[in-house]
Write a protein that binds this ligand. Structure first.
Ligand SMILES: [Zn+2]
Length: 460
């Protein structure tokens, strides 16, 4: 629903340019290890992460076909945005389309996040039944998400209904359907971390009970707009509570233009040297929805992402800066009432991306969140014969650049047993993968699986 982007613009416009963007986003970073000199953490495998974020998806129900009249009621018919021809839209986005999308993504190597709204627009709960579909159809749809999507896509709830706020004591919507009791608008304003966490946990439990584990959540529209610190902490608490997520993440923010960084923000880091380190990672999308929107509007098209010659577009800007490029879309517009306009745009965008860049790494949001948590929270100490890493989290393909005159092959030792891994040389930085190293002018790049605890990268 609208307003991620609008919120940010309004917030910036309303406060003038004097407030640092990080403050507008409500970030509290928490603990950090002392900075290291002589060793820098690079991107995973020295490549640029890319990921597609799909919002407003769920099993079978065409969420926004049912959400739009509810939004219209909330604003008492005063906003024409909510008066499109929703009655003519199909009630269902069929499993065949999930399969088509998933097959394309697998073939193209694409990964990302796919929302499953647990009680979509109050039509029915995925753990009880969807009026309008049989129990078998619901079961098949859930199975398709588990087996067809989960290998390459994180699953997020997008709160409980994406429309009305649910009274957790009854499981029913509150009577009030003004913005104060809609998930997209004001309900979070003035609420505590615990209240918001209980709400998120309710959504997560429905997904847990239908066999869809989550490491992250997505906010519907303006959820948390005026409660950003509470939202971040509540997301972490709820994901740890229901799924024991080690590195919980959430998607709330979008910056679709300009030079402000779109790198993930590792927030509320604490207890880094203890047995139970904690943080929550805010994932930031770098594009607007240019694929047909939440409401089947005319898509802005592939050129906004990347132009046909590969030289322009928002993705090119962000990838050239070396920052993770997270593309946003809404499932409604990806399907576009069966015309599949969003999917066609993605096919073209990904084709152009792969023609233009040979250094991309498609990752799930959870994989990017883990990498960024490890990148920012691992303590690094350069010593005469190597580099010592003290890691609160494990991280596959952890990749570093060490300034050193050494040109002998490095070895990695880790764990109480002192497991030794000899890294293999590669001759181009683009060939780096876990277990390899590459010599550069003033040192080496090395990529290896970083376990939790102590690890040494050294030269014998
Ligand atoms: Zn949404």
């Amino acid at each position: 629903m609208l307003p991620r982007r609008d919120f940010l613009r309004q917030a910036l416009a309303g406060t003038g340019a004097l407030i640092a963007p990080a403050l507008v986003l409500g970030q509290v970073s928490g603990e950090r290890p002392p900075p290291a000199t002589g060793c820098a953490v690079l991107n995973p495998r020295n490549r640029v992460p890319v990921s597609i974020i799909i919002d407003d998806s769920t099993c079978l129900v065409n969420l926004n076909r049912f959400a739009m009249p509810q939004f219209n009621d909330t604003f008492d018919g005063a906003n024409r945005v909510y008066q499109r021809n929703w009655r003519e839209w199909p009630v269902e986005i069929p499993d065949a389309f999930i399969r088509e999308f998933s097959d394309w993504a697998t073939e193209a190597g694409v990964k990302g996040k796919f929302s499953i709204v647990p009680f979509p627009a109050c039509v029915g709960r995925l753990d009880r039944g969807l009026p309008g579909w049989s129990q078998q159809q619901l079961k098949d749809s859930l199975e398709l998400v588990r087996t067809g999507m989960m290998p390459r896509w994180d699953i997020h709830p997008e709160m409980i209904t994406h429309t009305r706020v649910i009274d957790l004591s009854t499981g029913q919507p509150y009577q009030d359907f003004s913005p104060r009791f809609m998930e997209n608008w004001e309900w979070t304003t003035g609420r505590s971390v615990d209240e918001i966490a209980a709400y998120i946990a309710y959504a997560l439990r429905i997904l847990r009970d239908v066999g869809l584990p989550c490491e992250g959540i997505t906010t519907p529209g303006g959820f948390g707009n005026r409660a950003l610190p509470q939202l971040a902490q509540a997301s972490g608490e709820a994901l740890r509570d229901v799924f024991k997520a080690e590195i919980p993440h959430y998607f709330r923010h979008l910056i679709d233009q300009g030079s402000e960084p779109v790198t993930p923000r590792v927030e509320y880091a604490q207890n880094l040297s203890g047995a139970d380190p904690r943080c929550v990672v805010s994932m930031i999308a770098c594009t607007g929805d240019w694929t047909g929107g939440w409401d089947c509007t005319e898509p802005a098209g592939a050129d906004k992402f990347i132009t046909a010659d590969g030289k322009g577009g928002r993705l090119v800007e962000v990838i050239e800066r070396g920052e993770p490029a997270l593309l946003l879309a809404h499932w409604t517009g990806v399907y576009w009432n069966g015309r599949k306009l969003g999917l066609e745009i993605f096919r073209e965008v990904v084709r152009r991306l792969h023609a233009r860049f040979d250094n991309l790494e498609w990752m799930k949001l959870s994989e990017i969140a883990r990498y960024w948590a490890a990148r920012e929270l691992t303590q690094i100490a350069v010593q005469p014969n190597g580099v010592q890493f003290t890691a609160p989290y494990s991280c596959p393909g952890f990749t570093v650049k060490v300034n050193t005159p050494n040109s002998r092959p490095p070895v990695v030792t880790s764990g109480p047993a002192g497991t030794i891994q000899r890294l293999q040389a590669v001759f181009r930085p683009g060939e780096l993968k876990s277990g390899t190293w590459h010599q550069v002018n003033d040192g080496i790049m090395a990529s290896f699986d970083l376990p939790r605890g102590l690890t040494m990268l050294r030269w014998d």
